[in-house]
Write a protein that binds this ligand. Structure first.
Ligand SMILES: NC(=O)c1ccc[n+]([C@@H]2O[C@H](COP(=O)([O-])OP(=O)(O)OC[C@H]3O[C@@H](n4cnc5c(N)ncnc54)[C@H](O)[C@@H]3O)[C@@H](O)[C@H]2O)c1
Length: 168
């Protein structure tokens, strides 16, 4: 398979995690070619640390106009997910959107409708717990009917979000 050249939009907590994963070779056949963040201080910090290893953009439209970028990972705050995804698909890029898909159902529907116009492109969402054995077991229990019909679920996570300085 050919190498997929990736651009990351939004290099905060999770965007920098994606960045390190691609740079660390965690994604096969993927190469990081561009990063975009609307905060110029972040771009300066990245430039200091990584030099000219990849292209840096402060505006997503400029990243999307870059013909070298095949696919984008959107890790901006929620509201912009469908907005940037639609632009990305229109620019001919494959799109991986961080969860949640968006904040408004209408915008998410528009994003899905746009992706249906581009069957040659992938639109996908980060399902970050899908491979977690705990949730796989929970799904199995629910589907087996052992605990009856679900009426309500509460999901309490107490060990996420370490201090920001450990993530950046
Ligand atoms: N899958 C997961 O496990 C997981 C974990 C954490 C966060 N998330 C999701 O990722 C998204 C980002 O969360 P975060 O904690 O990394 O936030 P964050 O605030 O740390 O990072 C967001 C980054 O996006 C940049 N940004 C904002 N608007 C932009 C735009 N229009 N163009 C370019 N850059 C822009 C900001 O400057 C910032 O650097 C959220 O939607 C969140 O729900 C997913």
């Amino acid at each position: 398979m050919e190498t997929v050249k990736i651009g990351i939009v939004g290099v905060g907590n999770i965007g920098s995690f994606h960045m390190r994963n691609v740079l660390g070779g965690e994604l096969k056949n993927a190469e990081l070619v561009a990063l975009c963040d609307s905060n110029p201080e972040k771009l300066d910090r990245i430039q200091e640390q990584y030099g000219d290893q990849f292209k840096l953009y402060d505006d997503v439209d400029n990243l999307l106009a870059d013909p070298e970028v095949d696919a984008i990972i959107i890790s901006t705050p929620h509201y912009d997910h469908p907005v940037i995804a639609i632009k990305g698909l229109q620019a001919g890029k494959h799109v991986l959107v961080e969860k949640p898909a968006g904040v408004y159902t209408k915008k998410v529907r528009e994003m899905i409708e746009e992706s249906e116009k581009h069957p040659e492109l992938s639109l996908s969402l980060v399902y970050n717990q899908r491979m977690n054995p705990t949730y796989q077991k929970a799904k199995e229990l629910v589907e087996s009917g052992q605990i009856g019909e679900l009426r309500r679920t509460n999901w309490i996570i107490t060990n996420w979000y370490p201090p920001k300085h450990l993530l950046n």
